[in-house]
Design a protein around this ligand. Structure first.
Ligand SMILES: [Zn+2]
Ligand SMILES: [Zn+2]
Length: 361
């Protein structure tokens, strides 16, 4: 009998089921992998709760570390390394089709077919469309990179989401030596942003309302933290940032809270010519009041990002080779569940009983 594997899929809102299928033979240039570990990301929770604008069913999971078990012919990763059985790899979780208008213009992060595999129904071949499973099927139009031996397994498993996203976002607002950067939110994206901004020579001010998260931010390099239970009003926080920046305001700010109201606050924390990266508010339909005149009078520029050019994933692995030991990336995972308990992992994550859950087959 041919070997089988399992995938977890969303059958209806907040309800995961697991199916078993025969393992597919990879088509030419595709790669069949087994999952080493797959993290429960905030995006998965949005889908699970039925809040995602495009995905409402199908196989879930996108952040993972995978091990190659079969390749469709001779396959190379996107850094030109030949993939062999047992290699550890990380895939970009989205496709870059190379055929749509955006891919044609070199804007791979905007590929119109980005989610053509993720969230397909489990019955559809090759079944293993998401990383919540025992196996994951990587198509030839997904970027994939071999993971260097020195990179910690838990850190590698998150490289294709938060770290890559942050590296690209901070590129977009050109965070560099001498900048003071306010990071609004000390969740996974915020901690990664703090480490990356620090390594680029910036001074960082992290704002959050949970003391444990702010302590963690310090471990990720935060020079200053602002606890909103202590600095309760926006005016208090503006004053604090002014005090920390010699009255200038921040050079750059990064919104990774997912809370619409924080955007107007970001405008106020920035100084003249400030660069603002809005990256945490990913769910359409939520509204906030902003004071555009205040932003215009300071000539604030606003950048938003969704996904990243897939080659940034290789930069994320380089970052982990160089700085993976400097910051406690591996400690960001605080709970491990076996695949059979995927529903519990999502439930506990949604209830914030765990900060970052990971699934193992
Ligand atoms: Zn993610
Ligand atoms: Zn495309």
């Amino acid at each position: 009998m041919s070997p089988t594997g399992k995938v977890a899929y969303l059958s209806e809102s907040k309800s995961m089921e697991i199916n078993e299928y025969q393992l597919p033979t990879p088509a030419q240039d595709d790669v069949l992998t087994e999952i080493v570990q797959a993290n429960v990301c905030g995006s998965e929770l949005h889908i699970w709760r039925g809040e995602h604008p495009h995905i409402d069913e199908g196989v879930l999971g996108h952040e993972a570390l995978c091990r190659v078990i079969e390749t469709g012919g001779e396959v190379y990763d996107n850094a030109g390394m030949k993939l062999e059985v047992d290699d550890l790899v990380v895939p970009a979780y989205f496709a870059t089709c190379g055929e749509c208008v955006q891919c044609g213009q070199g804007n791979h992060q905007y590929c119109q077919n980005a989610y053509k595999y993720w969230s397909r129904g489990p019955d559809e071949w090759p079944h293993f469309h998401g990383t919540f499973g025992s196996h994951y099927y990587i198509h030839s139009d997904q970027y994939v990179y071999k993971v260097p031996d020195s990179v910690d397994i838990a850190a590698a498993a998150a490289a294709n989401c938060a770290l890559s996203q942050v590296l690209f976002g901070l590129n977009q607002i050109e965070v560099s030596l001498g900048d003071t950067v306010v990071i609004q939110g000390a969740g996974g994206l915020g901690l990664n942003a703090t480490a990356v901004a620090t390594e680029r020579g910036a001074e960082t001010i992290v704002v959050d309302g949970v003391r444990d998260r702010l302590n963690r931010a310090q471990e990720f390099g935060a020079n200053h933290t602002i606890d909103i239970t202590e600095y309760e009003t926006i005016e208090d926080r503006v004053d604090r940032v002014q005090a920390l920046t010699d009255g200038q305001g921040a050079d750059a700010a990064v919104e990774v809270t997912g809370i619409p109201a924080t955007i107007d606050e970001g405008f106020r924390l920035l100084g003249r010519g400030g660069r603002y990266l809005v990256m945490g508010n990913i769910i359409p339909g939520k509204k906030a009041t902003i004071d555009p005149g205040r932003a215009v009078r300071k000539s604030v520029s606003v950048t938003t990002t969704m996904r990243y050019p897939p080659w940034i994933l290789n930069e994320a692995l380089d970052f982990l080779v160089k700085f993976g030991d400097v910051y406690p990336f591996s400690e960001l995972i605080d709970a491990e569940y076996c695949l059979a308990n995927v529903q519990q992992a999502l439930q506990d994550s949604a209830n914030r009983e765990v900060a970052r859950a990971t699934l193992t087959p």
